[in-house]
Design a protein around this ligand. Structure first.
Ligand SMILES: Nc1ncnc2c1ncn2[C@@H]1O[C@H](COP(=O)(O)OP(=O)(O)OP(=O)(O)O)[C@@H](O)[C@H]1O
Length: 215
């Protein structure tokens, strides 16, 4: 079980290029919550996730992890976070096994060889241990990235479109993993254009920015 955690978004505003995406966006995410960010293409879901992972600064507002500003306590915050973005960070010339081994060495993960083989089995990549990732299908490549979820010890998972290219059975398996993570006191925040089936799921709909909004 994880300790109690809370991610607080307070009055966030975001601008990309000349375009204001959102303003005065506030929310609180707590241990046990499984959250799906919804909204049409281009509304700013990825931009919000990039702020929550400290990859981008908001125009104004703040984000706190257990009351500490994430930009001021970046290292300790990032040690609590697993982020899977659109570009998954998988090295295509390495095998799935080598990718997971490398990830295990650079991140706070469950230790040992066995957990790597278990993760590969969970994502259905047994039999592909010796193939370079670039030889795998799009869905299998996505599964190499997703296999990190089985190694992770981070309480906060932020996932941008984790279901893209994943088949129906894989989606159900992932959803079950997210529910289990939340049941253990973790937090899952993801974007998806798919209708997810989970009683735990909280849907948070992003609204188009209106210029009369005050920061
Ligand atoms: N680096 C950038 N510079 C300028 N504008 C950008 C940049 N990145 C994104 N944008 C713009 O910000 C807007 C929001 O993009 P974002 O990727 O956050 O949307 P999204 O809600 O995740 O969309 P989708 O559902 O298509 O993934 C888009 O109009 C996009 O063109």
């Amino acid at each position: 079980m994880f300790e109690k955690n809370r991610l607080t978004l307070h009055n966030l505003s975001c601008q990309r290029g000349e375009k204001r995406l959102f303003a005065a966006f506030s929310a609180v995410f707590e241990s046990g919550q499984f959250v799906q960010l919804e909204g049409h293409n281009g509304i700013g879901k990825t931009s919000l996730l990039r702020i929550l992972t400290t990859l981008s600064q908001p125009l104004s507002g703040e984000v706190r992890w257990n009351e500490l500003d994430i930009f001021k306590s970046r290292d300790s915050y990032l040690a609590q976070l697993l982020y899977l973005g659109h570009s998954s960070g998988v090295k295509s010339e390495l095998t799935p096994y080598q990718n997971l081994k490398f990830y295990q060495q650079i991140s706070p993960c469950k230790a040992g060889e066995a957990i790597i083989w278990q993760a590969l089995e969970q994502v259905g990549l047994c039999g592909y241990e010796e193939s370079a990732v670039y030889r795998l299908s799009a869905g299998q490549q996505k599964r190499v990235a997703l296999a990190r979820l089985w190694l992770s010890q981070a309480p906060l998972w932020i996932l941008d479109e984790p279901f893209t290219a994943i088949d129906k059975q894989g989606q159900q398996q992932l959803t079950a993993l997210f529910e289990q993570h939340c049941h253990q006191g973790g937090i899952v925040i993801l974007t998806s254009h798919q209708a997810l089936e989970s009683k735990r799921l909280l849907r948070l709909s992003m609204q188009p920015f209106k210029s009369d909004c005050q920061d």
